[in-house]
Design a protein around this ligand. Structure first.
Ligand code: PXP
Length: 299
């Protein structure tokens, strides 16, 4: 039996389900929107059965967008003043459709400050993803802030940005205790790792709920080398899914390279910062200069 519904897209993170009807017509509509993660798997199972009866395949799971606003804080800290305020920009990011807000509270506090994290938790309407190193200081902060999830990243003082994935394989016992401690406070935990078989397996053994696959290498490469790295990310996503891990990805993603990563089946969320903030400057600067010019020239 053929169905008039040709394409179903589901995001288990938000519960957003959209259907494309009539083959060849790119018409989508939203069936329902639920924000309850726990009912989703059951709902998806029931919908899956129904669709089987109709002969329709669940063909794709839409990825969500986590917007990293560290660079807003970078500009503020360049002057150690109060603007631009990342809390305000989180609101704008949400207006634009961000599904979550990501901030990295670094040990040296070079951009995001403790105050930002606490205020974001109070004010954002989506989800707060706190990126941090697995240190005792950060653990204490996370347990006070209670973000929706924590992403553990490696951190070196001298690096410009996070350079590689966390080596979970070399720190199994320490990370097990650390992750367990966060989970006791009802915080879900993700590991930012390179797309390697071992790292994924150990992430599962340690007890992470999510992994975030490092796409930095994919972003730097081009041509056939980039394609090879893409395949590695696709295989890693499938392996992690088979183990029951939810898969996010991020680092170096931009307006040119994001589509192929976003279209990986079961990709949950993409965390993107630099290219979005760079684009905001490109499309916003002209207007802000115009406003200043008008203030100067009008009386
Ligand atoms: N994911 C992680 C774990 C990161 O550390 C960063 C950079 O702070 C990002 C995603 C976002 O990377 P980008 O700024 O290159 O988009």
């Amino acid at each position: 039996m053929t169905s008039w519904v040709t394409n179903i897209a589901i995001n288990p993170n938000t519960g957003l389900i959209s259907c494309q009807i009539f083959k060849g017509f790119f018409f989508k509509f939203y069936l329902l929107h639920i924000n309850n993660l726990s009912v989703c798997p059951f709902l998806l199972a029931i919908i899956g059965r129904l669709l089987d009866c109709l002969g329709t395949k669940i063909s794709k799971i839409m990825a969500t967008l986590g917007v990293n606003i560290d660079h807003i804080a970078n500009v503020r800290q360049a002057r150690k003043t109060v603007e631009p305020d990342p809390v305000q920009f989180a609101f704008l990011a949400e207006l634009g459709g961000a599904d979550s807000i990501t901030v990295h509270l670094r040990e040296d506090r070079r951009h995001i400050q403790d105050r930002d994290v606490f205020l974001l938790k109070e004010t954002i309407k989506t989800k707060l993803n706190l990126e941090m190193a697995a240190t005792e200081e950060m653990l204490e902060i996370a347990k006070k802030v209670l973000p929706n999830y924590v992403t553990l990243v490696p951190e070196k003082r001298e690096e410009v940005t996070t350079e590689g994935g966390l080596d979970v394989k070399s720190n199994v016992q320490y990370l097990k205790n650390f992750v367990g401690n966060l989970k006791e406070s009802n915080i879900e935990v993700s590991a930012f790792i390179d797309p390697f078989y071992d790292q994924i397996n150990y992430s599962k053994k340690i007890g992470f709920n999510f992994i975030e696959l490092h796409t930095g290498k994919y972003a730097e490469l081009s041509g056939s080398e980039q394609h090879k790295e893409l395949l590695r990310i696709i295989e890693s996503t499938h392996l992690a899914n088979d183990l029951g891990l939810v898969v996010n990805a991020g680092h170096g993603l931009n307006y040119n390279n994001v589509k192929k990563i976003a279209s990986i089946n079961n990709m949950n969320e993409l965390n993107i910062g630099h290219s979005i903030v760079a684009r905001a400057l490109a499309i916003g600067l002209e207007k802000s200069v115009r406003e200043m010019k008008s203030l100067i020239t009008s009386n």
